[in-house]
Each structure stands twice: as structure tokens, then as C-alpha cells.
Design a protein around this ligand. Structure first.
Ligand SMILES: O=C(O)C1=C[C@@H](OP(=O)(O)O)[C@@H](O)[C@H](O)C1
Ligand SMILES: C=C(OP(=O)(O)O)C(=O)O
Length: 447
């Protein structure tokens, strides 16, 4: 199917009938940015393959280059990283866009490393909370000041005096990236203090599978963290990262959700290469949601295939009522699929949506309603009533500079309305050629 572009800033989607074929995913954002930092902190050279090339990884790479980390780009997602990140001798002003996976981990690493840094991002990044991470770091002697509003970036980081021997406490109810950041940086602390680092999570921890990605990758670089449930993490004294030699990055499981969804509503089969039953990413659990909605999912070790109903012929997916705390990113894809369900769908426990690229509960509510859906929402939930055939309205979908809004609403092309995506280029945060890959799977309706 060919998209009709009315201008560089809008994309009119043709009405889709079927989705079928195979695609290869771009690299995982979560893994790419973690291994870039791990490799920079490690002893030795790491040879990465499958690295994501998108806005979020570009800001991480630019930051590492600015910090004098030696990177050798061999093209096509292959990059060598020479470890040994050292404190900067001059104040560095580092731009990190809207990449949470760059901003939070670098805050912890640079605060523990020493040197002077100013970390900043796009306007929205300056509205995304970081206070719980800063409090945790200041609690063990880091020197971090707010350069704008208290609790938010931009940040000024100076050399503090990191103390060992006391537990570091962090809240995990706003973002799991704060705990991830402390874990990734922890060997810098155990090296300078000679003590183990004990991290205690206060209260609830959200998005837990992302912490498992962190622990898994730290182990690949030679640091084994002892985990006691979800409330206590012990990083042994004298832990140090060692380059694992070669490391292949999996495809992005959150990006996979859009194509799996296409198989579920466009008949399929759609085969997605790059994530499979061996994936370390929690978002593969989205396939279970699809199964409960009536799709057929087949796993292989490095791919997944989804077939389903044909909503363009009037068939429907089964409605759902689910807690999405463990897979907040793929959950947005489920919200979009609710348009094609056989009853109201409830997404629960998604408060973190409010502080991501945009207020995603508000954005999703507003844009689904624009297409004709009846939608209700609260502080941490969203209820979407499916859109009856006669209720669909032609709409230009606002994307709020949120890549996932643009990618989710591509699924609306299976409805009977004319759908325009505004600012489709915002997908560059994690998936610059999303719409090309999307169109390669779609067969449009005959006029
Ligand atoms: O650690 C990570 O790689 C991520 C953690 C999640 O954030 P929260 O922990 O803030 O929910 C997720 O939404 C984000 O896209 C990536
Ligand atoms: C929340 C997201 O990004 P970030 O890593 O910036 O938090 C996301 O990609 O959906």
C-alpha cells in the first residue's frame, strides 16, 4: 500500500484491508542505550551489532563522544566501543533530547564518576520528573542541582563525595528508570568506596521487567547483582564491568507490538523477526494480550508470528480488562486495538503514561475520541469503547511529539474513516522508518 503524503508534516493513510508478510525489527532502544553506557564504563572493547539508529540512541552516542569515549562505527548497527569513561576535565553541557534511557542513567553515572556537567533536553524532558533519582544520589553524597524547576531537568552535576556503607534508598513509583540508572552506575560507587552498594526500593516499583533487562545486561558485563524480591538489590564490593567482546542487540519488543497488532486485525500472518521466545524484553508479553483478544501467536526463538481476525470485514477482537503496569509502552498499542474490540476495554495501572513523551492518557483519550470512540479516563486508567462502523469519523490525529501516538494510530487505517497522521516524523525517537515498514505489510481496500 502506498501512503498519500499531503505534505512533509502529514500522512494520509489509505484504507487498509489486510496485513501480511515479514519484517525485521530495528534494535531495542532499551537494550541499545543500556549497552552503550555499560560498554563505555567497561574495561576493554565491546563490539556491538544490531544497535538502534534513532533520536534516542543518537543523543546517547553524541554524549559519549563528547565525554571522549572512543567509538568506531562500522555501519549497519555495528559499533565498537572502547571502555574507560573518565571524569571530564572541563564543564560539559550535554543535550539528551527526550531520551529517558539516556538522561536518567547518565545522571547517575556522571554524578558518581566526578567532573562537572550540565544535562539538558527538549522542553518536554524538562517536564519529566527526575527528583526521586536526584534525591537518592544526593543521599549518598552526590552534588546535583536543579538548573530549572526543582524535581526536573535540566541538572547541574559536580564532583560530590560518594559515601559507601549505607543503603541507598530510591522510590520506584514514578519510573523504573531511576532504579535502572542507579544499578547501571553502581560499579562506579563500589569502586570508589570499596563497599558493596545496597539499593532499597521504597514503596511500589513500576515497570519491573525493565529492571530485569538492566540486571541481565549488567551480568553480561560481569556484574552480578543479588536481588531480594523487588525491594533490595545488592551490588558486591569491587564490582567492575568487563567488556563481553561481542554483543548482539535484539529487536525492539515495543516496536514489535504494532506489527503483531497488524497481524491480529489484518488477518495475517505477520512474522516479526528480531524478538522471539528468548527475548529479555518484558514487552513480548503483549503477545499474550493479543492471544486473549483472539489472535493466534506462534513463537520461534528469534521471531514471532501473529494471525487474527479481519476487522475490515467487520470481524472483531475480544474486549479486555487488564493491568498494564508491566508493559506500559506496548499498552498503548492495546488501547488503539480497542477501537476494533467487541466491547469496552479497560487499561488499568498506567499512571506512568502521564509523565512520558506526553500525557499519554490525555493524548490517547483525545485522539481516540476524535475518531469517534467513546472514551473515559482517570488518574491511572483508560476505558475505550469500540467504534461502531457508523460512528467512525474522518480525523487528523495529533501526535504530541510522541512516537508511540503516531505508530499506534497507524492501526486506525483499518477503520472505515479517512485518517491523517500529523507530524508522522516524530517516530524518529525510536523507529525512523516506521511508516515504510508499516506500508510494506498492508494491502489496501479496493475502491
Ligand atoms: O528502562 C527502560 O528502558 C524503559 C522503562 C520504561 O519507563 P518507566 O520505568 O518510566 O515506566 C519504558 O516506558 C521506557 O520506554 C523504557
Ligand atoms: C517512555 C518512553 O521513552 P523514554 O525511554 O524516553 O522514557 C517510550 O519510548 O515509550
Amino acid at each position: 500500500m502506498k501512503p498519500t503524503s499531503t505534505s512533509a508534516n502529514t500522512l494520509v493513510l489509505s484504507r487498509a484491508q489486510l496485513a501480511q508478510g515479514e519484517i525485521s525489527l530495528p534494535g531495542s532502544k532499551s537494550i541499545s542505550n543500556r549497552v552503550l553506557l555499560l560498554a563505555a564504563l567497561a574495561k576493554g572493547r565491546t563490539r556491538l551489532s544490531g544497535l538502534l539508529d534513532s533520536d534516542d540512541t543518537r543523543v546517547m552516542l553524541a554524549a559519549l563522544r563528547q565525554l571522549d569515549v572512543k567509538l568506531e562505527d562500522h555501519g549497519d548497527g555495528r559499533l565498537d566501543v572502547e571502555g574507560g569513561l573518565a571524569p571530564s576535565s572541563q564543564r560539559e553541557s550535554i543535550f539528551l533530547g527526550n531520551a529517558g534511557t539516556a538522561f536518567r542513567p547518565l545522571t547517575a553515572a556522571l554524578a558518581m564518576l566526578g567532573g562537572h556537567y550540565h544535562l539538558h533536553g527538549v522542553a518536554r524532558m524538562h517536564e519529566r520528573p527526575i527528583g526521586d533519582l536526584v534525591d537518592a544520589l544526593v543521599g549518598i553524597g552526590a552534588d546535583i542541582r536543579y538548573a530549572g524547576n526543582e524535581g526536573y531537568p535540566p541538572l547541574d552535576i559536580a564532583s560530590g563525595s560518594i559515601r559507601g556503607g549505607q543503603a541507598l534508598k530510591v522510590k520506584g513509583s514514578v519510573s523504573s528508570q531511576f532504579l535502572t540508572a542507579l544499578l547501571l552506575a553502581s560499579p562506579l560507587c563500589t569502586a570508589s568506596t570499596g563497599h558493596p552498594l545496597i539499593i532499597e526500593v521504597e514503596g511500589e516499583l513500576i515497570s519491573k521487567p525493565y529492571v530485569l533487562i538492566t540486571l541481565n545486561l549488567m551480568a553480561r558485563f560481569g556484574v552480578d547483582v543479588q536481588r531480594e524480591g523487588w525491594h533490595r538489590f545488592i551490588v558486591p564490593a569491587a564490582s567492575a564491568y568487563v567488556a563481553p567482546g561481542e554483543l548482539a542487540i535484539e529487536g525492539d519488543a515495543s516496536s514489535a507490538s504494532y506489527f503483531m497488532a497488524l497481524g491480529a486485525i489484518g488477518g495475517g500472518p505477520v512474522k516479526v523477526r528480531g524478538v522471539g521466545s528468548r527475548s529479555i524484553q518484558g514487552d513480548i508479553a503483549f503477545a499474550d494480550v493479543l492471544q486473549r483478544m483472539g489472535a493466534v501467536v506462534q513463537w520461534e526463538t528469534e521471531s514471532v508470528q501473529v494471525s487474527g481476525v479481519q476487522v475490515a470485514k467487520g470481524e472483531r477482537l475480544k474486549a479486555f480488562d487488564e493491568d498494564f503496569n508491566l508493559i506500559p509502552d506496548a499498552a498503548m498499542t492495546a488501547a488503539a486495538l480497542a477501537m476494533f474490540a467487541d466491547g469496552p476495554c479497560l487499561l488499568r495501572n498506567i499512571a506512568s503514561w502521564r509523565v512520558k513523551e506526553t500525557d499519554r492518557i490525555h493524548a490517547m483519550h483525545t485522539e481516540l475520541a476524535r475518531l469517534g470512540a467513546q472514551v473515559e479516563s482517570g488518574p491511572d486508567w483508560l476505558r475505550v469503547h469500540p467504534i461502531a462502523d457508523h460512528a467512525w469519523r474522518d480525523a487528523a490525529i495529533e501526535t504530541y511529539d510522541d512516537h508511540r501516538m503516531a505508530m499506534c494510530f497507524s492501526l486506525a487505517s483499518f477503520g472505515p474513516a479517512r485518517v491523517t497522521i500529523l507530524d508522522p516524523a516524530c517516530v524518529a525517537k525510536t523507529f525512523p522508518d516506521y511508516f515504510q515498514v508499516f506500508h510494506s505489510l498492508i494491502q489496501e481496500q479496493s475502491a
